[in-house]
Design a protein around this ligand. Structure first.
Ligand code: PBG
Length: 338
């Protein structure tokens, strides 16, 4: 954009526009509303609500509580919920057998939430890690996560989710080719309206730490498989940026409706490049570690909690996001109401 020649001080005093709340409101460039939020939520098989210690204020919800939360989302004006399963250790195995169970936790939770609040969109994670005893997102052979065998399982999982009533499939596994395989399977099954939000640019990040406690895969993905401490053979290298554009381009070509960058705040430069390059609805996931950082600092009295929450969410809008997947969704939406 070519800049018109600027007046100089004192004709130009940028502080004039900041002098009062009304002037600041008048010239504000980005605005955060409940419509920008996707509520990230963990469900479990048991009763009631179970706190996640590394994420103060976050609880795993029973299916009954999740249905209540769906009604709450509707009341708060939150358009969609992203639901993640906590599976007990006994239900896990090497290939994540329960991932595509049509009577499993996710299928029942989705049905309960859609019954409770049909107007609220439900998004499901397509990935095997909550269901595998090693905590990796795919099937393992000879110490490696195998791409194509994993895709076949992801397709079963995604179809099950769509049949259960899930509106948005969100593959978070980072296998090559899975968006195309999911799209083809949906078409073949006559599920033409099921949306795909691809975790297109998902980085091998330390910021997922608390999530692994939340879904009960915490001690797992540190085993002896592959690159043990992390998921670097399939998730992206945090040092890369051009590669993110290639990932997004592929997922668009394969039939994704929306893209995602994950984690969020440390990757706003990626969000910006993706938005400017593709002009498609792009979301960021403010992940568990980002949530935990803000809450831990606030609990120590080092940050003003509410201001930090709203500022962090506004930053995603400023970077160009269509919306944000966040554990703060209901809190932020309530703050807008006040
Ligand atoms: C796994 C998955 C992860 C998250 C969402 N889906 C973690 C991982 O890749 O290890 C992270 C969510 C969060 O940290 O809040 N498929």
């Amino acid at each position: 954009m070519s800049q018109p020649s600027l007046a100089s001080y004192p004709a130009l005093r940028l502080r004039r526009l900041r002098q009062a709340e009304w002037t600041r409101r008048l010239v504000r460039e980005s605005r955060l509303t409940p419509s920008d939020l996707i509520w990230s939520m963990v469900v479990h098989e048991g009763e009631g609500r179970v706190p996640v210690s590394s994420m103060p204020g976050i609880e795993r919800l029973s299916i009954t509580e999740a249905a209540k939360a769906a009604r709450e989302a509707k009341a708060l004006g939150i358009p969609a919920i992203a639901v993640f399963p906590h599976i007990d250790g006994a239900g896990k195995d090497a290939v994540g057998s329960q991932a595509a169970d049509p009577n499993g936790l996710i299928a029942r939770a989705v049905k309960a939430m859609k019954d409770a609040a049909p107007e609220v969109g439900i998004m499901c994670d397509v990935a095997l890690d909550p269901f595998t005893d090693h905590g990796h997102d795919g099937v393992i052979e000879a110490g490696r996560v195998i791409n194509d065998a994993t895709i076949a399982r992801l397709v079963d999982q995604g179809l099950m989710q769509a049949h259960a009533g899930c509106d948005i499939l969100a593959p978070s596994d980072m296998m090559d080719g899975r968006v195309g395989a999911l799209r083809a399977a949906l078409e073949a099954a006559g599920l033409k309206d099921t949306l795909i939000m691809s975790y297109a640019a998902k980085y091998a990040s330390a910021f997922y730490g608390p999530y692994r406690e939340a879904i009960g895969s915490g001690k797992l993905a540190t085993g002896s498989v592959d690159n043990p401490a992390d998921k670097a053979t399939y998730q992206m290298d945090p040092a890369n940026s051009d590669e993110a554009l290639r990932e997004v381009a592929l997922d668009i070509a394969e039939g994704a409706d929306m893209g995602m960058v994950k984690p969020g705040m440390p990757y706003l430069d990626i969000v910006r490049r993706v938005v400017e390059t593709f002009s498609m609805p792009t979301f960021a996931f403010q992940v568990s570690g980002e949530y935990a950082m803000i809450m831990a600092a606030a609990q120590n009295g080092w940050l003003d909690e509410e201001r930090a929450i709203l500022e962090s969410l506004t930053a995603f809008k400023r970077a160009g996001c269509a919306g944000v997947i966040t554990y703060f969704a209901p809190r932020a939406a309530r703050m807008f109401g006040e």
